[in-house]
Design a protein around this ligand. Sequence first.
Ligand code: ARG
Ligand code: ZN
Length: 423
Amino acid sequence: MIHLTFALLLLYYYSHISLRLAQRGLHDQVLSITPKTQEQVDVLKNVSTQYETALWQPASPQFIKEETQVHLFVPANSSETVKDLLQTHAITHEVLLANANELIEMQTRNDSGDPRSSTTFYERYHSLEDVYDWINRTQQDNPSTVKTILIGSSSEKRPLYVLKLSLNNRPDKKAMWIDCGIHAREWIAPAFCLWFVQYSLGFYRQNQDITHILDNMDVYVLPVMNPDGYQYTWTTNRMWRKNRSVSKSSGCIGVDLNRNFDANWCTEGASNEPCSEIYCGEFPESEPESQAVADFLRSHKDSVQFYLSIHSYSQMLLFPYSCTLEEVENHRVLFEMAEEAAQKIRRYYKNTYKYGAGAKTIYLAPGGSDDWAYKLGIKYSFTFELQDRGRYGFLLPPSHISRACNEALIAVKTIALRVVEKT
Ligand code: ARG
Ligand code: ZN
């Protein structure tokens, strides 16, 4: 009873605050800021670490530099302070999103019960629980072609399920791997994994490309690689990136799973500071999520020839290396595959994707799953950064899911067809 009273009080208190903030015309916002001088760079680094904000781009304050756009999520309660600070230092900003709350609300709304709603299951974002249900249903509805494989569990002990799509009877099986949602706040990623599975099962023998791919390859899909973080973005903090393991030394929470793999682990571009957004963890594969994926791929490396990891946002088709500026031995081949995929997206969807080796296209980022998979021997290894380029960022509205997924799908098909051809 005491608990309930307390909870109600808290609820009252918070609804009161947000009401007051809203009355003053304040909302959670996303600002775009381009620092022009070193002093402005330092102010921005300071703002993004000292105040209650979430840096959207770049991934960590250390990458903020002159003449490069910074995207900063600013909650209503620090909005005035932050804007004053910017003004004091003559830093101009643009408002990318004036009312992020409204967008967040839109993304979690479940209008499936509404018969007037025309959006399908795949054009909405889904809670972790819904994704688990979907995995179950997908397997039950396709008993001869879909299997679920439990590859491990998260740090908070949630299961990590991989769907195996197997539509051919080739004796010498080839396979591709797709994981989605390494980073919790990139909601379009799990949405893509669901989209891809649905498309594969629905369009086999309807669409020529997917038929040819599935006739030659099995597909392993891990829809949510970071379930703890994903759950946390639904319940508590929409901007969470890392997993949810607790660092004993600092009390800070979360390892960046895409810095936790054994590929020049924790060198420049990662941080050994547990409170950082790009914390590499205590040692390579210290996290159960990355270890589960690595173990699975190690034991399937003879069949898996194509590795793909789905992220957002910025619209890029990346391949190794990200952990060094060196070129991989098959750089030319990977470059041409990415180029062809980007051209298809441009032709069919009039949308631009950058492509290239990770380190040269964005920044040095060691310990990534794509580089690790490449070094393991999976020579066709890619990371896709899906829509958009910053307009909505991580808060891509549900109405954009179908286009974002369809353009990524065309890129996956293009590259998979090439891989089939070459292996
Ligand atoms: N935005 C992604 C990240 O920061 C980029 C991934 C590119 N690949 C990589 N191995 N870092 O993790
Ligand atoms: Zn990411």
